[in-house]
Design a protein around this ligand. Structure first.
Ligand code: MG
Length: 446
């Protein structure tokens, strides 16, 4: 049976037998349903150790949590990836959560989440939330293994056969972006994000005035906001005309415009029928959404930088955007993400979880298990998981014809090969990506 493969080795035989997958001996009476599905031995499985694993198979820092239990061979893996502060997350896991969790009952995910959440007293920051996410996802993985079910079944079962995704097309010019769109259309994607460069902060000026006056650092990026806004409209015009009406087009402003400039840009894009426009404002500028909503009916996606419930609770309840873009490990894992999804259901705010390269395959699987199970799923940012990642993370999700699939193994279905992971140490962190300035040197907030 394929589903048994997740639990390997002779040491697991007792565990398998008490899980209803085998009988203790041929003479024993058939067990009651209750005994078969949730045996006495699983009523209390204790956490033996919580440890961080760091790896960078693609040169991108990934942080995982492995929760080991007192049952031989029974463990869980969760994503705690916050690449910009990887070592700080590792310390939060190894130096604090491990000690906090030892001896606790793995069955009580909600209680462990609630108590770990307040264990630092101060909370809701990205470092501690990611550590908490790694723990939380690993506990869901373990619960799935005990129940002998994939996590999406524990969350309510499937609302759809697979997870529809969007991918990223980009180019330095509108023509290059169009070529990129056509390539992904040929691969079967029906939703494509279009950018002039990766992050909408293209039109980088090589010789800005601030550098000529010795301000900032030599590697800092510079954004010409007017060139950016002009280029995005031209790109939408070309791609919509040439790629046709059937393809869904998305764009990420990446928070880098002044609020009124973002509003004006979105109004200009309305005629091209975007699927959504993402992150028009930085989290500090949430107050501008009401004005934006009065000006345009373009669907909006927001929230990949959100960490604190106060950032999404009121905007979602006021229907100020259509898609919630939260990065699941940044809010603390599956447990809080399910609450966000359920909140959205009542206001018809749909999910569009953040799914870039700095989410581990375990994290992508967590996204997908939720995507399968919640009614108000919107769209999922597609993972790109190459062979190197698949070697480190056996069981990673797959993408075919624009749909993401998870396997049917119990739990999240993704393991970690620690030997392979150790071959890819973390690179030195590159601060450059976040450092973007205006021509006069003013720092721009993503
Ligand atoms: Mg984004």
């Amino acid at each position: 049976m394929k589903r048994r493969n997740i639990l390997k080795g002779a040491a697991l035989l007792p565990l398998l037998s008490i899980n209803g997958l085998a009988r203790e001996n041929n003479n024993s009476q058939p067990k009651s349903l209750q005994e078969q599905t949730f045996n006495e031995d699983f009523k209390k499985v204790k956490i033996r150790k919580v440890k961080a694993i760091v790896t960078a198979p693609n040169g991108i820092e990934l942080i995982l949590v492995k929760v080991e239990t007192d049952q031989p061979g029974l463990y869980g893996v969760g994503c705690a990836t916050f690449r910009q502060r990887a070592w700080a997350v590792k310390s939060a896991i190894d130096d604090y959560l491990d000690d906090f969790c030892r001896g606790k009952d793995v069955n009580n995910i909600e209680d462990i989440w609630q108590t770990a959440y307040v264990s630092s007293y101060w909370r809701n920051g990205p470092v501690l939330n990611n550590a908490l996410s790694g723990l939380d996802q690993a506990l869901w993985d373990i619960k799935g293994k005990i129940a002998n079910m994939p996590v999406y079944q524990l969350l309510g079962g499937k609302c759809r056969f697979a997870v529809d995704t969007y991918t990223h097309a980009s180019g330095k010019t509108p023509e290059e972006a169009l070529d990129s769109v056509q390539k992904y259309m040929d691969e079967g994607f029906r939703h494509i994000r279009i950018q002039l460069g990766g992050y909408g902060a293209t039109h980088l000026t090589e010789k800005p005035d601030y550098k000529q006056h010795g301000f900032g650092m030599p590697d800092d990026n510079t954004m010409n906001e007017f060139a950016y806004m002009d280029g995005v409209v031209k790109m939408f015009d070309l791609v919509r005309k040439k790629a046709g009406e059937e393809i869904e087009l998305l764009h990420d402003i990446h928070e880098r415009l002044q609020p009124m400039d973002a509003i004006n840009l979105i109004k200009k894009l309305e005629q091209y029928r975007p699927f959504f426009i993402e992150d028009p404002f930085s989290p500090e500028n949430i107050g501008w959404f009401e004005l934006l909503r009065q000006q345009t009916s373009v669907p909006l996606a927001m929230g990949e930088l959100y960490n604190n419930p106060h950032e999404w609770l009121v905007p979602m309840s006021k229907r100020l955007f259509d898609y919630i873009r939260i990065h699941i490990s940044q809010i603390g894992g599956i447990t809080p993400a399910m609450k966000v999804a359920r909140l959205g259901e009542w206001f018809n705010v749909r999910t569009a979880w953040h799914g870039p390269g700095d989410v581990s395959p375990v994290g992508h699987a967590a996204n997908a298990h939720i995507d399968l199970a919640v009614w108000n799923f919107g769209i999922q940012e597609a993972p790109r998981i190459n062979d190197r990642l698949r070697e480190v993370f056996p069981g990673s999700p797959t993408v075919e014809d624009g749909f993401m699939f998870v396997n049917e193994n119990p739990g999240l279905g993704v393991d970690i090969n620690e030997e392979a992971a150790a071959r890819y140490p973390l690179p030195e962190y590159n601060y450059n990506w976040t450092q973007v300035r205006k021509n006069d040197g003013t720092a721009i907030r993503p």
